[in-house]
Design a protein around this ligand. Structure first.
Ligand code: BG6
Ligand code: MG
Length: 217
């Protein structure tokens, strides 16, 4: 049976994808090209510097490392300004209820996020106390689809991979869960998340008993 739930943050628990998008779009516009929501799909779950590389390739721009650092920092300043104003109203539908239900049922709860801003978001939305372990972009060396972020989370809560379920909205994250040997529930639309065991449109469709049905069957 399932003993731990590992959650991605952006796009699973909170609606921060729109802020990432706005900040990257602003950067693209400063660099003189357009960046669409369709383009933005490619950045989901991807680390900050890897996202910048994708953005620059879309714009057909090549820059040296120090200039790239500077642009990534500028994007993050805009992004940080937006997430600084977040509150609990930006927790995605069903997320808080499901976190509570996990804890009431004795499941361990861990965060597995690529973001270096995770603590700001967790604190501003008030959900930090729900986690037994928080693994974010400040604690990992390899980005998703590398399984590191989830493997570390499982180790920290003391649960073996096959008793863990990962909740992910990004293809790279689903792949990371697979490589970690964990179950995976996709959040979003089945087209993008074909490798997940199961896909729901949001955590509002998830309950602990449903989770056990999915995983056991
Ligand atoms: C992921 C997001 O959770 O974190 C990506 O899906 C983002 O869009 C990545 O680039 C890194 O986040 P941050 O906050 O460290 O720039
Ligand atoms: Mg995500």
């Amino acid at each position: 049976s399932i003993k731990a739930c590992l959650f991605d943050l952006d796009g699973v628990l909170v609606d921060t994808a729109k802020y990432h998008y706005l900040a990257w779009k602003r950067l693209a516009e400063e660099l003189g090209f357009d960046f669409t929501e369709h383009d933005n799909e490619r950045l989901k779950g991807v680390s900050r510097m890897a996202s910048l590389d994708i953005l620059l390739s879309i714009g057909g721009i090549e820059l040296d490392e120090s200039k790239k650092q500077e642009l990534a920092e500028r994007k993050n300043d805009w992004y940080f300004e937006m997430i600084s104003k977040m509150d609990e109203s930006e927790i995605l539908p069903g997320a808080l209820e499901f976190l509570k239900e996990c804890r009431e049922n004795g499941l361990k709860v861990a965060l597995g996020s690529a973001s270096k801003n995770a603590m700001t978001i967790l604190n501003n939305t008030g959900i930090t106390p729900y986690f037994d372990a928080i693994i974010d972009g400040t604690r990992t060396t390899s980005a998703k689809p590398d399984p590191e972020v989830f493997t570390l989370g499982a180790t920290e809560v003391g649960v073996s991979p096959e008793q863990c379920v990962v909740f992910e909205d990004a293809e790279a994250g689903v792949e990371a869960a697979r490589r970690a040997g964990m179950h995976c529930v996709g959040i979003g639309s089945p087209e993008n998340l074909a490798k997940a065991d199961f896909v729901v449109s949001s955590l509002a469709d998830m309950t602990v008993s449903r989770l056990n049905d999915i995983v056991v069957s």
